[in-house]
Design a protein around this ligand. Structure first.
Ligand code: MN
Length: 316
C-alpha cells in the first residue's frame, strides 16, 4: 500500500527497532541508503541492523558502518526480530531471503524504481528521485535529524553512484543541494570517488578481455559486450564495463551481457533515448527508464538474439 513520506516518517518515529535490507548485488545507492538510514535511526535512539542476502564489493569499504552489515549467506538460517523491516531501493522480490528470515514483521519499503511491485505492507515510491539516498535525505529532514559524517558519507555515496557522479539526466538541482549539504556535514567527494573507482590490475586485464567481445548492431544504435562463461568465470567484477560501451558515438542502448552460468545470462542496459525499463520488464526484469536489467535463461548466443529482437522493437 502506497503512503506518503510523512506517513512513513510517522511509522518510523513511533517504532524502536528495525532490520534494514536492500536488493541482492547491492550497489552504492543500496548500501549508502541502508547505512545512512541506520545512523539516522541510531541518532534517534533506535536500534537498527543492516542485513543483506549477498556479499558486496570491497570498494565500498569507504562507507561508514560497512563492517557492521550482516551477510545472510554466511548464516542463512539466522532469524531476526524487530518492530519493522525497512526495505530500500528494491521491491520484496529482489532482496533474497531476508524478509523470510524476519517472521511476522511488517515491511516498510522506500524506493525509486518505477518497476516496484507495491507488494510491501507500506510503500513510499518516488520514481522521479535519482537515488533512494536522496529520499532518505528528505526523510531525515522530516524526522528533524541533524546530519553527521557517518550519515553524510553514506547518503553522498548513494546519490553520487546512482547519478554517475551527478552527470546523468536524473540529476536535479535539488540533488546537488542535498549533496552539498552532505559535504558540509563531512562527506569528502574526492576520497569517495577514489575509493569507488580503484580497480585491481586483474580487473583492468578482465576489462581488456571483455572489450574484445564488443559488437555494434541495429545501425549503430546498440553496442554491447557479450561475455561467455569462459570469460565471466575469471572476472572479479564487471563494475564500470558498461560505461565504456555507452560512450560510443551514436549509441542509444548499451548492453552488458554475462553468461553467469551455462544457460543463464544476466543483462544490464543503459540508454540515452529508449525506455530500457520496459525492455527489461518484458524479459522479466526491471529498473529505471535509463538503466535496467534482467536475467535470461538461455545460452549466450540465444539470449543475445532474443535481447536484440526486443531492443529492436523498442528503439525510438
Ligand atoms: Mn538506487
Amino acid at each position: 500500500m502506497k503512503i506518503s513520506l510523512e506517513e512513513m516518517a510517522q511509522k518510523i518515529s513511533v517504532a524502536n527497532s528495525f532490520i534494514i535490507t536492500v536488493h541482492v548485488n547491492p550497489d552504492g545507492d543500496a548500501l549508502g541508503s541502508a547505512l545512512g538510514l541506520k545512523f539516522i535511526l541510531e541518532g534517534m535512539g533506535k536500534e537498527a541492523k543492516v542485513v543483506i542476502d549477498d556479499k558486496w564489493d570491497k570498494n565500498f569499504s569507504i562507507l561508514s558502518g560497512i563492517e557492521s552489515v550482516i551477510n545472510l549467506q554466511e548464516n542463512p538460517e539466522e532469524k531476526f526480530k524487530a518492530d519493522y523491516v525497512i526495505l530500500l531501493d528494491a521491491s520484496i522480490d529482489r532482496c533474497g531471503k531476508v524478509i523470510e528470515n524476519c517472521p511476522d514483521m511488517k515491511v516498510l519499503n522506500i524506493d525509486h524504481h518505477v518497476s516496484n511491485d507495491d507488494k510491501a505492507d507500506f510503500l513510499y515510491l518516488d520514481a522521479d528521485a535519482p537515488a533512494t539516498a536522496e529520499i532518505i535525505y528528505r526523510l531525515a529532514k522530516v524526522l528533524k535529524v541533524e546530519f553527521n559524517t557517518e550519515i553524510a558519507v553514506n547518503l553522498y555515496t548513494g546519490m553520487a553512484t546512482d547519478t554517475g557522479f551527478f552527470r546523468y539526466s536524473n540529476t536535479k538541482p535539488y540533488t546537488m543541494i542535498a549533496a552539498a549539504e552532505m559535504m558540509e556535514a563531512g562527506a569528502k567527494p574526492n576520497k569517495i570517488s577514489e575509493a569507488l573507482e580503484v580497480k585491481s590490475y586483474e580487473t583492468i586485464k578482465g576489462l581488456a578481455a571483455a572489450m574484445q567481445t564488443i559488437e555494434i548492431s541495429e545501425n549503430g544504435k546498440v553496442a554491447g559486450v557479450y561475455l561467455p562463461y569462459e570469460i565471466v568465470k575469471d572476472l572479479d567484477t564487471t563494475e564500470g564495463f558498461i560505461d565504456q560501451v555507452r560512450i560510443i558515438e551514436g549509441v542509444d542502448v548499451a548492453v552488458l551481457m554475462k553468461e553467469k552460468e551455462p544457460n543463464l545470462c544476466r543483462v544490464s542496459m543503459r540508454s540515452k533515448e529508449t525506455n530500457v525499463s520496459a525492455i527489461a520488464q518484458s524479459l522479466g526484469g526491471g529498473g529505471h527508464i535509463r538503466a535496467a536489467g534482467a536475467t535470461i535463461e538461455l545460452p549466450l548466443d540465444e539470449a543475445k538474439k532474443k535481447l536484440l529482437e526486443v531492443i529492436n522493437e523498442a528503439l525510438v
